[in-house]
Unconditional design. Structure first.
Length: 180
C-alpha cells in the first residue's frame, strides 16, 4: 500500500527490502536519533532491523499494525505507523521518526495528517494518540499543529538510553469531536 502525501512525499507500507535503508539511517545518526528513541541502542546490526521488519510484516492478523517508510523523491527519510492499536475500543497511537537532514520540512506533519485521515476514514478508528518525550519540542509540535488536545503527562513513561526514564506528553484527537 502507498499513501501519497504530495508530489514529493509518499508513505510506502513496510517491506523486508526496506531493512538496509532503515538500518543505514539509524547507524549513521545514532547520537541524533538515540537521544529520544530507545531502540537505537539495540539496533547494532542490519539483522536487528530485519527482525523488527519481520515482526511487523508477519504479525498475526489480530496484532497487525500499518507501518510505513517515508520516502521523499524516492529516498528513505523515516518511519511512521500505528502502534498499540486497540480494535475493540477503536483507538491507536501514531509513532514516527525522521532522518536529521529532513527535519523542518513539514514531512512528519503532513504524514501524520494523512495517517489520521486513513485511521478515521478507512480503519474506523475513533481516537488517535501521540506520545512525545517532555523536552522533545520538534516532536510535540506535530500534534499541536494538527489540533490534537494535550491530555497530560505520563510520568516516567519511557526508558531512554543510559537507563534514564523520561516523562511523556500525551496528545489525542477524536474522530467525531476534533475533526469537525
Amino acid at each position: 500500500m502507498i499513501i501519497k502525501i504530495d508530489t514529493e512525499i509518499e508513505l510506502k507500507q513496510l517491506e523486508q527490502s526496506d531493512s538496509k535503508d532503515i538500518f543505514k539511517t539509524i547507524d549513521n545518526q545514532r547520537k541524533y536519533l538515540g537521544k529520544w528513541l530507545p531502540f537505537v541502542d539495540f539496533t547494532k546490526e542490519v539483522s536487528d532491523t530485519e527482525k523488527f521488519v519481520d515482526s511487523v510484516i508477519n504479525a498475526p492478523e489480530n496484532r497487525f499494525e500499518y507501518v510505513f517508510v517515508i520516502r521523499k523523491q524516492n529516498e528513505f527519510v523515516g518511519l511512521i505507523g500505528f502502534k498499540d492499536t486497540d480494535k475493540l475500543n477503536k483507538k491507536t497511537e501514531i509513532g514516527y521518526w525522521l532522518s536529521e537532514k529532513f527535519q523542518k520540512q513539514g514531512i512528519i506533519t503532513k504524514s501524520v495528517e494523512k495517517l489520521c485521515d486513513f485511521a478515521f476514514e478507512k480503519q474506523g478508528i475513533n481516537r488517535i494518540q501521540i506520545k512525545c518525550a517532555v523536552g522533545n519540542t520538534p516532536s510535540k509540535n506535530i500534534p499541536q499543529r494538527l489540533g490534537f488536545k494535550f491530555e497530560g503527562i505520563e510520568r516516567q513513561g519511557e526508558l531512554l538510553t543510559g537507563n534514564i526514564y523520561t516523562d511523556l506528553e500525551i496528545y489525542s484527537k477524536l474522530r467525531n469531536i476534533d475533526c469537525l
